[in-house]
Design a protein around this ligand. Structure first.
Ligand code: IVH
Length: 669
């Protein structure tokens, strides 16, 4: 065969394999046998191997994965990956519907009901019909680039069919592991003596994070796509675009229904609450979305989730089992959490062996005795909780469980502050899990993001190499090499990652310090207001509480933190190591404070910028962006098609309406 014939044959084989993949994995309607499929695939593999100039990253052969071990690159989401508000009753759905209708008084509303898949969220970007990137949710703003792993999932098209897809768009969905695959995988793990996955969601998440895509290729992940995003979508509504996406080759939800009122929504929920156990995969509820994009725009977003969609979570199933013993875990703040060890029991498709008991009050409230039979339920958290005790089957000779009085890790007498539910170990500086916990928090992704260090802290601590976060910056490669799991390359990587963390902005460093009650948002507020650690340290309680969102509890905790010489010593060493302990100069510049104290509401569509870009600009220049108009709103930044109810409200409150150009002028140098 000459080269042009080879090229043509390769293309023919690729098209054939793409087509049969779609028939098999998306439509579940195979047209050829597995044997015939393998012949085609092997043919293509051989041709590609002998003619590497025709290689294509989206060839069906690329689904077999690779053995290359590499860390994932972080990718910033073009559109943030938000979560959904949860509801647990029809009444709350009625409230949601009322809110929607109130915001859109003149409109007819069409809802779309879908199943809520319990897997791992993924965003897939397609350019000119080819899959170019797959990114996990991460923290909603940025996630891991897992493209190579996702390419091994057969129901995800590498190349699109049809022709009316936009040249560039993103489609989001949920990657999951069907029950049968989950059971098979755990059976294999058990045979190999490896720890089992707790549930299919964890197994899917663990698989997707595998460094070697060849391993992923051997685990039959699947994916439903439920959300199309982009500028040139063929329709102005969710359902219609999903149906279009189906013709492009995507596996979209099988069970999806348009509903016009609460009764229809309620029927959908009732049916799936009953039938959910018949599905071959896990769902944990139903998602209800407003269909029209124009109405979605009008409804907008809260800080965390869209106002145009909501999830209804099914009630947790319960199981009854025997309490074997209780462990007491000590966290980084010294808080002690009781965790029950249980006789393994099957609950909603997975085996439960441990359950949380929260605190001593909860133990008292449940009146739990040794050897009791208890009822467990799965909450939102990974670890299930004990919700009740089977009093009827209690052995009368057993004693009620008494909460421990001393720390199980270091033996210190536990303390409990008034008004708090938790017991604490006061031995802040010598109790091992507290020391390790603080350093683990410091290196975590949302703080210093020191790659690979989280799992390593334990080993570094055991070797006596680190006692606090500042020690990390004085580690030498020779010291790291003393730790068993490290070799030349991994030690260099750790050192580089530690070095890189010196660029992390002040607000994240502040969060990483682990001051009690100073979470991510509070750290951001404090950094924006005070600009440096020195200023925060010198602030009085009045100065602290004068900042919006900072109350007495946080202020007292901050003052306490700086009273402690050990903390001051750590800060001094962090400073000497070159950590950012103040807001960088360019952020501090007046230029970037142009919108200080100004609150904006964005509505409609704009010519030059997306709403997300405008939002970022507002924040960058020190302003605030909120979802709904109130008397605190300073400007309505209005584009095309802004809703009549919003207009009416700004007029009523006499809030100035500005255009995109007005806004850009406001921030111009
Ligand atoms: S739509 C902006 N539809 O639930 C809203 N999400 O709690 C985009 N999920 O992060 C999400 N099934 O991972 C949507 N049919 C469905 C879903 C679904 C599961 C997940 C998704 C999302 C989370 C929100």
């Amino acid at each position: 065969m000459d080269k042009s014939n080879i090229k043509a044959r390769i293309e023919q084989l690729r098209n054939l394999l793409h087509h049969h993949n779609y028939q098999y994995y998306v439509l579940a309607q195979p047209q050829i046998t597995d044997f015939e499929y393998d012949i085609l695939l092997n043919d293509l593999i051989t041709l590609e191997k002998n003619n590497p100039e025709f290689n294509d990253p989206n060839s069906p052969t690329q689904r077999v994965g690779s053995d290359i071990n590499k860390e994932f690159t972080q990718v910033i989401h073009k559109y943030p990956m938000l979560s959904l508000g949860n509801t647990y009753s029809i009444e709350e759905i009625i409230d949601f519907d009322t809110r929607v209708r109130k915001a859109l008084p003149d409109d007819t509303i069409e809802y779309v009901c879908e199943l809520k898949y319990d897997g791992v969220a993924i965003g897939l970007t397609y350019k000119n019909g080819f899959l170019v990137q797959a990114v996990t949710r991460g923290d909603g703003t940025q996630g891991d680039d897992v493209t190579n792993n996702v390419k091994t999932i057969k129901s995800i098209p590498l190349k699109l069919s049809g022709n009316n897809y936009p040249s560039e768009f993103e489609i989001r969905g949920e990657i999951f592991l069907p029950h049968s695959s989950f059971e098979k995988m755990n059976a294999e793990k058990e045979a190999a003596g490896e720890p089992l996955f707790a549930n299919p969601r964890n197994a899917a998440a663990g698989t997707l994070k595998q460094q070697k895509s060849s391993i992923v290729a051997n685990r039959p992940l699947d994916c439903f796509l439920y959300f199309v995003l982009g500028n040139n979508l063929p329709y102005n509504s969710h359902y219609e675009n999903l149906m279009a996406a189906k013709t492009w080759g995507f596996k979209i939800p099988y069970y999806i229904t348009k509903c016009n009122n609460i009764d229809e929504i309620s029927d959908f929920i009732t049916i799936w609450d009953k039938k959910r156990n018949e599905l071959p995969f896990d769902i944990d509820g139903v998602v209800i979305k407003v269909n029209s994009y124009l109405q979605q725009e009008e409804l907008g977003f809260t800080a965390k989730s869209p106002r145009w969609a909501i999830s209804y979570k099914f009630k947790a199933e319960q199981a009854r089992t025997k309490l074997l013993s209780i462990d007491y875990q000590v966290g980084r703040t010294g808080a002690v959490t009781p965790v029950a060890n249980l006789e393994p029991v099957l609950l909603a498709g997975t085996t439960v062996k441990r359950a949380s008991l929260h605190n001593s009050d909860q133990i008292k409230l449940l009146e739990i005795h040794e050897n009791d039979f208890v009822f467990v339920e799965k909450g939102g958290e990974i670890i299930p909780k004990i919700v009740g005790v089977d009093q009827k089957t209690r052995d009368i000779n057993t004693m009620p469980i008494e909460f421990i009085t001393h720390c199980p890790e270091c033996g210190s007498k536990l303390e409990r502050n008034e008004g708090e539910a938790k017991h604490y170990c006061p031995n802040v500086y010598s109790c091992p899990p507290q020391i390790k916990g603080r350093i683990e928090h410091f290196v975590s992704r949302k703080a210093m993001n020191i790659g690979g260090a989280e799992a390593t802290i334990e080993a570094l601590f055991e070797k006596g190499l680190i006692h606090n976060s500042a020690d990390l910056y004085y580690l030498t490669k020779e010291q790291i090499l003393l730790v068993d799991r490290f070799a030349e390359k991994s030690a260099t990587n750790l050192i580089e990652s530690i070095e890189e963390s010196k660029k992390v902005p002040f607000q994240r460093v502040l969060f990483g310090l682990g001051i009690r009650f100073v979470g991510e948002t509070v750290a951001k507020t404090l950094a924006n207001h005070f600009k440096s650690i020195e200023n925060i340290k010198n602030a009085s309680i009045e100065q602290l509480t004068s900042v919006q969102e900072i109350g007495d509890r946080i202020a007292i905790s901050i003052i306490e933190y700086f009273k402690d010489d050990k903390n001051l010593e750590i800060l001094e060493r962090l400073k000497n190591a070159g950590i950012q302990l103040e807001v960088a100069q360019f952020e501090n510049n007046n230029l970037f404070n142009k919108l200080n104290g100004k609150t904006f509401v964005i509505s409609g569509t704009f010519e030059n910028h997306s709403r997300e870009e405008l939002k970022d600009l507002i924040e960058k220049y020190g302003g605030k962006n909120t979802g709904s108009i109130s008397k605190n709103t300073n400007f309505l930044l209005a584009g095309e098609n802004i809703g009549p109810s919003k207009l009416e409200k700004v007029q009523e409150l006499k809030i100035p309406i500005i255009t995109e150009d007005d806004f850009l002028n406001m921030i111009k140098d």
